[in-house]
Design a protein around this ligand. Structure first.
Ligand code: ZN
Ligand code: MN
Length: 497
């Protein structure tokens, strides 16, 4: 953030996000929405735009849209309608897209994001429903092959979520997108797989440049289309803002008269490529869809959606902090993994009676296993009650962390309890002070130099005595006990010098 404060301009960023809603079938026909089917196999006369067919609305899509809109704190009018957005493109067989224009499903919401320690509400202008277009597949070999089209995606239900231009840094843009994805995944509205195109993002960017006489100059907005990774969003916005600033420095006030434009993002070269003047609403000749009626979203439907959405990530973060005394950071890491992971943590915290240890084990060892194996928490082989057993074993015996990790690895491989793993590995912790004192006295006898140093006030000299004891016991003596006994025996020992 500090790097932005040094820039001679202020970012003004708004994001337009399209997410695919998690329905089995398309928005206006019964075709499957499953990803990865053979090209053009999931199509029918309705989504192919044949004459004489009629769309039938998928109620599940509206329900998911309502749920997402409520989770985004949007207002939901009691009536909403469909409109035709007309444009010609080969992947749009009807020549229009069924979308929503002047009576969207929802409007005026917000999403809270966190960048560093700062929380900020980002306004949502609207979230409306629409159908997706197909996919053109251009020959990119450079040999001039045909462009082909796959219409499997044509007619799948989308929710378009338009933010206010409240985002004031590339980091905030990324944080907004990450929070939006976590929210929609958590409530089950969308799987938000950017790789599969079920979350797509366009960024509207311009900059405000403070003027010496007061106020600021604003560069024209450029819309960067089809950003397909979080990193691309962050990089492209940063690049485009700098490009606009430099253009402004070259052209001065004239620059303010240039029309809005769209741009693409060349990820390899790391540059935006400005393409064309941006369409205005009038270019699309919107008009009400004559084949579909108005949709009534009544209170019962909203109540049902509220129940179905369950606990939101923001609420879960606060709850974990309050119930388990977690730090804001730990609660954020755990919540970001989704509901099953939160549940695992809770079971572990309750089972072990030590929420700090539970948080450390889940966010370190358990997450490391998930990342390494590209698996979910549901696939993790150690159940929370078993892992709770390990935490309790550590508390009881004072097993050190290195040994505890070996026990953990053994439990993973063998599926045993912590106690059995300790026995098999020979990790029986020595906790008898008399036995430890005997070893400490031998260490003292063998290290007159360390004792002499200690007597001269070098407290550090005790470390070599402790090291001797840990070697003798193969690290199986309780560390606090060794500490205590070594200090007591050193105090009591006669000064050899
Ligand atoms: Zn169809
Ligand atoms: Mn759209």
């Amino acid at each position: 953030m500090s790097q932005n404060q040094e820039l001679p301009y202020r970012f003004v960023i708004g994001l337009e996000v399209h997410v695919q809603l998690l329905t089995q079938t398309k928005l206006f026909c019964g075709c499957s929405t499953q990803f990865g089917q053979p090209a053009n196999s999931a199509t029918c006369p309705v989504c192919l735009g044949m004459p004489g067919v009629l769309p039938v609305m998928n109620r599940k899509a509206v329900e998911l849209g309502v749920m997402a809109a409520l989770a985004l704190n949007c207002e939901i009018p009691s009536r909403t309608k469909w409109d035709r957005k007309n444009y010609y493109y080969p992947d749009l067989p009807k020549g229009y897209q069924i979308s929503q224009y002047d009576m969207p499903l929802s409007q005026d919401g917000w999403l809270e994001i966190e960048v560093g320690e700062t929380k900020k509400r980002i306004g949502i202008i609207r979230a409306h429903l629409e159908e997706d277009a197909g996919k053109s597949m251009h020959d990119e070999s450079g040999r001039g092959g045909d462009t082909r089209v796959d219409l499997n995606r044509a007619g799948t239900p989308l929710l378009e979520i338009v933010s206010k231009p409240d985002l004031t840094s590339p980091e905030e843009a990324r944080a907004y997108l990450e929070e939006l994805r976590l929210l929609l995944r958590t409530i089950g509205a969308s799987d938000c797989e950017m790789q599969e195109g079920s979350l797509r993002c366009d960024a509207n960017v311009n900059v405000h440049i403070p003027l010496p006489e007061g106020g600021h100059a604003a560069t024209p907005i450029v819309e960067i289309k089809n950003l397909n990774s979080f990193r691309a969003v962050e990089r492209s916005v940063r690049y485009e803002a700098q490009r606009q600033y430099e253009q402004y420095r070259k052209d001065g006030k004239k620059f303010g008269e240039v029309a809005k434009a769209t741009a693409g993002w060349d990820d390899e070269r790391g540059v935006t490529v400005v393409q064309r003047r941006k369409e205005e609403a009038a270019d699309y000749r919107y008009f009400p869809e004559p084949d579909l009626g108005e949709v009534v979203v009544d209170k019962a439907m909203q109540d049902q959606a509220r129940v179905a959405m369950g606990e939101l990530p923001a609420t879960a973060r606060v709850r974990l902090q309050e119930t388990f005394s977690l730090s804001p950071y730990d609660s954020r890491v755990i919540t970001a993994q989704g509901r099953p992971f939160i549940r695992y943590f809770e079971d572990l915290a309750k089972g072990s009676g030590d929420s700090k240890a539970a948080s450390n084990w889940t966010t370190n060892a358990v997450m490391a296993w998930m990342n390494e194996h590209h698996k979910e928490i549901g696939d993790f082989p150690i159940r929370p009650d078993r892992l709770a057993g390990l935490i309790q074993e550590i508390q009881k015996t004072g097993l050190n962390m290195q040994r505890a990790r070996e026990v953990f690895a053994h439990m993973l491989e063998q599926g045993t309890t912590a106690q059995d793993a300790c026995k098999t590995l020979g990790f029986v912790v020595m906790g008898d002070p008399g036995q430890i004192a005997e070893i400490v006295r031998r260490a003292i006898a063998a290290n007159p130099k360390a004792v002499a140093d200690f007597k001269k006030g070098k407290v550090k000299a005790a470390d070599s005595i402790k090291g001797f004891v840990m070697r003798e016991t193969k690290g199986m003596a309780r560390t606090e006990m060794v500490q205590e006994v070594v200090m007591a025996e050193l105090e009591a020992a006669p000064d050899p010098s």
